[in-house]
Design a protein around this ligand. Sequence first.
Ligand SMILES: CCCCCCCCCC/C=C\CC(=O)SCCNC(=O)CCNC(=O)[C@H](O)C(C)(C)COP(=O)(O)OP(=O)(O)OC[C@H]1O[C@@H](n2cnc3c(N)ncnc32)[C@H](O)[C@@H]1OP(=O)(O)O
Length: 283
Amino acid sequence: MLRSVLRASTTRLGVTGSRFCSSAADKLVITEVDDKTGYATVTLNRPPVNSLNLELLTAISETLDDLQNNKSRGMILTSSSKSVFSAGLDIMEMYKPKVDRMKEFWSTLQDVWFKLYGSPFPTVAAINGHSPAGGCLLSLCCEYRVMCQNYTIGLNETRLGIVAPTWFMASMRNAMSRRDAEMALTLGTLFTTDEALKVGLVDEVATSKEDAIAKATAFLDKFKKISPQARSMTKQALRSKDIMELEDNRTQDIDLFVYAVTQPKVQKGLEMYLEALKAKSAK
Ligand SMILES: CCCCCCCCCC/C=C\CC(=O)SCCNC(=O)CCNC(=O)[C@H](O)C(C)(C)COP(=O)(O)OP(=O)(O)OC[C@H]1O[C@@H](n2cnc3c(N)ncnc32)[C@H](O)[C@@H]1OP(=O)(O)O
């Protein structure tokens, strides 16, 4: 039985919420812990498409701190939307940006990556909707991915005329073969659920969100008889090279992001992409 909100982090207004105080619907991230299993279901809740702006990333980062501090037994990451897991980075954070906010935005994305990719507790993404770019990255940080049918997933940055940072690439390479990752990254492929299963980008297909959560839970259950410490040390050792590479280059990575995104050509590309998205949603 799900116990209600353990901690619902930053509200949509960017104010830190407190335990059990306001309704879950107001929260950017909703965390529910199952009394019996101890697993936390973390639900992204920024309608309409869970695009990752600074406030949502901050809420995710705080949630991951809470789970770690509470010695979580496992986390299932999902979305409150009926058709989108996450639309990736909020393009408004990159279009005509203020440099200080942009630096904080990128640094918070790095924090989320460190905390999720390197988390001591086991993590599963229950991908109940489309998951392009940054949405795909969040799921790739998890150890296991269960995806509902008839959606798309991938790191499509090259299709936007931008280059995915090396730590995005490393996360993809960790999940599928180097060859398939190279093809997917250079082409900016958005895979259907079935295609993603074939290349190993997702591990299982689900028929509904409930089925995805059940399959995610079954994955977490596999670790019941494994020492949590041995498990987490093994995971972190396997991922440490990628983590150290970004740790050693955090500032340069932020500077490169700011430089790349503020290029007039990239700004023009983002403008056209935003216009196309708006025109599509107006139809
Ligand atoms: C060597 C190192 C160099 C370093 C350089 C660094 C460069 C940066 C690297 C990282 C960059 C990018 C990573 C990203 O994540 S960029 C974002 C990519 N995301 C996408 O391409 C997805 C775009 N969205 C969609 O395809 C669709 O919205 C959807 C997710 C399939 C859902 O479709 P839908 O029909 O359900 O919803 P839709 O009507 O399209 O959208 C509803 C409203 O939401 C707005 N919106 C959608 N996506 C975003 C977004 N990512 N950011 C901001 N806003 C978004 C959309 O415009 C609609 O708005 P409105 O209702 O018209 O106002």
